[in-house]
Ligand binder design. Structure first.
Ligand code: G3P
Ligand code: MG
Length: 314
């Protein structure tokens, strides 16, 4: 056989073999365009995957390590929660009390109920915000072997980050972040938590890379007043009557609803009106697939690796 003919034959055979091989599903979707947050609400790009409190499934939530794990896995941004120390520093923690995610009760036995708002920054920084993960194993990722003993050892002594540190890391990574401002109604910081957050985002030159959300919609109004250039999203738990009207009224770019109470009609209505929809906290693959099929703008999830797989499989 002539070499040219043999080459052709081999090419045909190789093609046939490839066609028979099982098609691998892509694990990661294409990167997002680098647009300012406001412009990421359109349909012209794939849905976003947001690592909830960092990659909370495999690392202690709201720590810089959890953020890094989210980045490494390819998440498009992370979500964090902002509260304050008693002496006025913005810090990253979800619960009002320190009990679940730190050793405050052991270190400060007389300070029940261990409200984060009652502790100075120095006190907060003396706490271990990582060791609890191995004890609680909140997503059974230690039991399953996904989080190794070595990885677990590295959680010991992780600190509650300040918002400044969290933003600086986000900036260093060239990443984006959804800053959720906790409702501090009734606390002294209620008067300034929004405005100081706006100030810090501006100071760090990150206004195009953050999305600020809150269940307290008055905070969102204040954010718009303090820094109109920062995109805001309205967090809701149970459905509200006129979500599009609320978003317009607030000047928000997106609705961040509890996925459990969300339906297709609401997603379509909100998206057709030009707003984003970012449901939380979606961890089961079937829920992710359904929401993506409904046309959500992104998923807020404790497992961004699974979120990315679902987006890639669309
Ligand atoms: O921002 C999405 C989600 O984090 C809202 O609820 O309680 O987890 O902060 P929560
Ligand atoms: Mg949150």
């Amino acid at each position: 056989m002539k070499p040219a003919r043999l080459g052709q034959l081999l090419a045909v055979l190789a093609g046939a073999l490839l066609a028979c091989a099982p098609q691998e599903r892509p694990q990661t979707p294409p990167p997002l365009p680098s647009l300012p947050m406001e412009e990421l609400m359109t349909n012209e790009h794939r849905p976003l995957v947001i690592a909830h409190r960092g990659f909370r499934g495999i690392a202690p939530e709201n720590t810089l390590l959890a953020a890094r794990r989210g980045f490494e896995t390819g998440a498009d941004m992370w979500e964090l929660d902002v509260a304050t120390s008693s002496d006025g520093t913005l810090v990253v923690i979800h619960d009002d009390t320190l009990v679940r995610t730190t050793n405050a009760a052991a270190l400060f036995p007389g300070r029940s109920p261990w409200s984060v708002y009652d502790f100075t920054l120095e006190e907060l920084r003396s706490l271990d915000a990582g060791s609890w993960y191995g004890v609680a194993d909140p997503f059974k990722q230690v039991q399953s072997g996904r989080v190794s003993r070595d990885e677990l050892a590295s959680f010991k002594g992780l600190l509650i980050p300040t918002l400044r540190e969290a933003l600086e890391l986000t900036r260093e990574l060239g990443w984006r972040v959804n800053i959720e401002i906790k409702d501090a109604t009734g606390r002294p910081c209620d008067e300034w938590i929004v405005e100081r957050t706006a100030e810090l985002v501006r100071e760090l030159g990150m206004t195009a890379d953050v999305l600020v959300s809150s269940f307290n919609h008055e905070y969102l109004r204040r954010m718009k007043k303090a820094a109109p250039e920062i995109a805001i999203a309205a967090l809701i738990d149970k459905p509200i009557d006129d979500p599009v009207g609320r978003l317009r009224d607030l000047g928000a770019v997106a609705l961040n609803p509890n996925f459990k109470y969300l339906d297709r009609a609401t997603v379509e209505k909100v998206r057709n009106a030009g707003f984003g929809v970012f449901p939380w906290t979606v961890n089961a693959p079937a829920d992710m697939a359904r929401l993506l099929e409904w046309g959500v703008t992104g998923l807020i999830t404790d497992f961004p690796d699974e979120g990315l797989r679902q987006v890639a499989a669309q």
